[in-house]
Write a protein that binds this ligand. Structure first.
Ligand code: SAM
Length: 280
């Protein structure tokens, strides 16, 4: 697919300095991964870490995304975790990249308003970024298990003048076929594949694909272990993410009736945004 590589060229991504990378490799990551989990949890609790509290309440939930995206923390432990942690930094890069790709595919759609389905939409930040960037008018349906995520997304949409263009469905994405109908021009499924089994990804993509015209775009993301802190997230936050490469996700999407794949990486190499097209 020509041109996709150029879409992100002017984005100002975050990258750590060489010194920060070295300190992480030699000191921070070994401590985070191998110090007793109880001790780290105690430090995070004693210092009032909001990121840790959000993950303990809802591992990988929408609130931890808001904290990571905002990057403005009061507690010193959050300043370290959110400000210079590889995953939060990569999440902010992923937000920028996914928002840009989504805006571009919205503008490519032949119809207007463009109907966008956001699966596991969380705080709604990425679709709102995209709707603000796109030239074409879009209407979004945000699906999430968590109604608090929808309240947050609704407030955000209203503050950006997009309140009337967004609707919310509080439901399990694994049962999309039970409550969704009408045409879908674009699907965004960012930040959720890492919590789903292979067969669940295939069945969600198949259910969405039924509503999509041939050639319609579907965005999802890979997750690599290059962040170097999987052991920390499992032991301390109780976050069990499934790491999948671009090729592994493309194989799943092929089984669901998609093809013509393209992908773009954020500079930390943790996330790729994959663009798949519904096959005719
Ligand atoms: C890590 S957040 C990502 C949010 C957003 N897509 C983003 O990237 O900013 C994952 C979101 O998926 C939602 N989620 C997880 N499993 C789900 C399911 N089976 N059905 C619907 N939503 C789900 C969670 O409630 C959460 O808000």
């Amino acid at each position: 697919m020509s041109g996709v590589d150029d879409w992100a060229r002017d984005i100002k991504f975050e990258t750590p300095s060489s010194l920060a990378r070295l300190v992480k490799q030699v000191l921070v990551n070994p401590f985070a991964n191998y110090a007793p989990a109880g001790l780290i949890r105690w430090i995070l609790k004693a210092t009032g870490s909001e990121l840790a509290a959000a993950n303990w309440a809802d591992p990988g939930g929408w609130r931890s995304m808001v904290i990571s995206y905002d990057g403005q923390c009061h507690q010193w432990s959050d300043k370290v975790l959110v400000g210079s942690g590889t995953i939060p930094m990569a999440l902010r890069n992923r937000r920028l990249l996914a928002g840009r790709v989504l805006a571009r595919v919205i503008d490519e759609c032949p119809s207007e308003p463009v109907e966008v389905l956001c699966i596991g939409a969380g705080p709604g930040r990425i679709i709102i970024d995209a709707m603000l960037q796109a030239e074409k008018r879009a209407r979004a349906t945000l699906v999430d298990l968590n109604s608090d995520a929808h309240h947050h997304a609704h407030r955000l949409a209203r503050s950006c003048g997009l309140g009337a263009s967004i609707r919310f469905i509080t439901a399990d994405a694994r049962h999309l076929d039970r409550y969704l109908d009408g045409r879908v021009d674009v699907v965004k499924m960012i930040g959720i594949c890492e919590y789903l089994q292979d067969e669940q990804i295939v069945s969600i993509a198949k259910a969405a694909g039924v509503l999509m015209p041939a050639g319609a775009p579907f965005l999802l993301n890979s997750l690599s272990k290059r962040h170097g802190t999987d052991r920390f997230f499992r032991r301390v936050f109780g976050l069990h993410m499934i790491h999948r490469s671009v090729d592994e996700l493309c194989r799943l999407m092929t089984a669901a009736g998609f093809g013509d794949f393209a992908s773009l990486s954020e500079p930390l190499g943790v996330y790729d945004i994959i663009l798949a097209r519904k096959q005719g």
